[in-house]
Design a protein around this ligand. Structure first.
Ligand code: ADP
Length: 366
């Protein structure tokens, strides 16, 4: 039994993917390293025991030498059975650096319980570290590009407003002063120019609103009941004209961006009214439920509904399912809602079937 155990242990130590070593604190030398130690680092037991402690210490990357010193201290003063981890760079015999993940523990103590030996195992995590570094750089670049894009959209939409206002007002003047004095075609063309520039103004304004989301980072405690009430007041005339019935449950107070949340609720209610069925008055049920760390809001309507294949597309900026002659709009509303939900680390999605109404869900933080 004893020999099987010894043979088993030897085999395990040879087969393991970890480098393993035992260091004797009293003699100041390594008393054991396994084959994988040599495979990973290129050093034999004689190589490392032939180095002074100072020489051996230079094999740790200068950036991690302080941490290594603290780690050793922590291992030596640790309780029996306690395992301590560290990640560091180590210089191989061929001069290349590898990243290692080590787990170390006291292996033996003298009769006064002072540690006499410690052992550790380590694996090569260079690939993981490289991937982490690349991901970090990629994320930074993405963040930078996103910021740049947002800035571009903001500046472009902001600066486009002024010349557009000029086009709009001169088209209006031209129509007022010369309508009927030119030929029929000219009147028609003027009408198209006026329509197109009004629409362009709406699109540019939408884009500006979109790029403004989150520019003001002010977080406050927002009572959603108050916001819904304000939205209801804003939409008062549309609500009464369309005989809309609103059924609003008790809503929570959450930590969020007040202006943006108001915009989110307003867009969802306006859409529920806009995309109503022709012969049925809109009914909108708004409620919120606690869902773990979040609140899950739902906006249910009895409108025209949305086909399965369009459920994601509708959240993409400028994507619309109808022409402007069927339903007015710019295709920005739901993209805005999505950006607002994401600003709050939340999500928005829809559950719907054509002719069966739609329920928009949003998760928002506590
Ligand atoms: P817009 O209303 O300006 O077109 P939105 O981004 O608000 O832009 O909506 C995108 C599309 O999603 C709309 O064109 C419409 O087809 C669909 N949609 C949005 N809300 C509803 C709703 N409550 N019921 C049915 N369809 C909806």
């Amino acid at each position: 039994m004893e020999t099987i155990n010894e043979a088993f242990k030897d085999k395990v130590l040879d087969l393991t993917v970890s480098g393993i070593y035992v260091y004797d604190l009293v003699r100041g030398i390594n008393v054991y390293i396994n084959q994988q130690y040599t495979s990973l680092t290129g050093y034999t037991l004689d190589d490392i025991n032939g180095m002074t402690q100072e020489e051996f210490f230079t094999l740790f990357h200068p950036d991690e030498q302080t941490a290594i010193g603290e780690h050793m201290q922590e291992v030596i003063t640790s309780q029996l059975g306690q395992v301590i981890e560290i990640e560091y760079r180590f210089k191989k015999a061929d001069g290349n650096w590898i990243w290692c993940l080590s787990r170390d523990a006291v292996f033996d103590r003298d009769k006064d319980k002072n540690p006499t030996q410690f052992m550790g195992s380590f694996i090569d995590i260079t690939d993981r570290k490289q991937a982490e570094k690349e991901l970090k750089i990629f994320n930074q670049q993405m963040r930078f590009k996103n910021k740049e894009l947002e800035q571009f959209a903001y500046v472009a939409s902001h600066d486009l407003q002024e010349p557009l206002r000029t086009v709009n007002s001169f088209t209006e003047l031209l129509e007022q002063q010369y309508k009927g004095q030119l030929d029929g075609n000219a009147d028609k063309y003027l009408h198209y120019i006026s329509q197109a520039s009004t629409r362009m103004s709406a699109l540019v304004k939408g884009l500006l609103d979109y790029s403004r989301i989150g520019r003001d980072k002010q977080l406050t405690h927002v009572d959603c009941n108050t916001i819904i009430k304000a939205v209801q007041d804003d939409l008062n005339s549309t609500i009464s004209k369309t005989n809309t019935i609103l059924d609003i449950g008790e809503l929570p107070t959450i930590k969020g961006h007040e202006r943006e949340l108001r915009q989110l609720f307003q867009n969802l209610i306006s859409n529920a009214i806009k995309y109503r069925k022709k012969d049925i008055a809109p009914q909108i049920k708004i409620s919120a439920q606690k869902d773990g760390e979040h609140w899950k809001f739902s906006f249910r309507d009895n409108g025209i509904g949305i086909a399965e294949k369009h459920k994601e597309k509708i959240f993409v900026i400028f994507q619309r399912l109808h022409t402007t002659s069927e339903y007015e709009g710019t295709g920005i509303g739901l993209a805005l809602c999505q950006k607002i939900a994401e600003l709050h680390d939340g999500k928005i999605w829809v559950d719907s079937q054509p002719d069966k109404g739609s329920t928009f869900y949003i998760t928002l933080p506590n």
